[in-house]
Design a protein around this ligand. Structure first.
Ligand SMILES: [Mg+2]
Length: 174
């Protein structure tokens, strides 16, 4: 059954372990491993009927390569990628693109969550856009400390597994 909650999700260090990325001479990612637990998290959310929209900074080919390799590309209903959109998070254009591709309007914002690892991109972007923000602080690679209220996430999780109960809880409130 289709779930009411809509999931916007980052890729690097939210699903993919950036430290494992191997790039070609053009800087395109040709191989990368997933964060432990992320594959099960993504598959479960997809199988339970959640709409999952990728909102990620990077090159389209990198994401195609990585999600073809791990066989999880079908889990994303849409992809909003900075190379195509022309701006990076926290730009509202990235979120507008995901909204448009999923036929979502202003009234839908209360049932959208954005999950990411970067307070200056994912969390700031989601908060400014008026959707619920969820920080995953699994990776040590980015500054996890919010500098102000606008960078402060609504929820914090530490591993991909923790997303499932949070999503169920938020969905049940809708
Ligand atoms: Mg990231």
């Amino acid at each position: 059954m289709k779930k009411k909650l809509i999931i916007f999700i980052d890729s690097g260090d939210t699903i993919i372990d950036e430290s494992t990325e191997i790039r070609d001479e053009n800087g395109i990612v040709i191989h990368a491993k997933m964060i432990p637990g992320a594959e099960n998290m993504l598959r479960t959310l997809y199988e339970e009927g959640y709409t999952i929209a990728m909102v990620a900074d990077g090159e389209e080919q990198s994401f195609t390569n990585v999600y073809m390799e791990n066989g999880l590309g079908h889990c994303f209903k849409t992809r909003s990628i900075s190379e195509i959109v022309g701006e990076q998070k926290p730009s509202r254009k990235m979120f507008d693109d995901a909204m448009l591709k999923n036929n979502l309007t202003e009234e839908d914002k209360k049932r959208i969550i954005m999950i990411g690892n970067n307070v200056k991109k994912d969390i700031l972007g989601a908060n400014q856009y008026g959707i619920t923000s969820v920080l995953i602080d699994w990776s040590p690679r980015y500054d996890m400390i919010p500098k102000n209220e606008e960078q402060t996430p609504n929820y914090i999780i530490h591993t991909p597994e923790e997303l499932l109960p949070l999503v169920e809880k938020l969905n049940s409130k809708l």
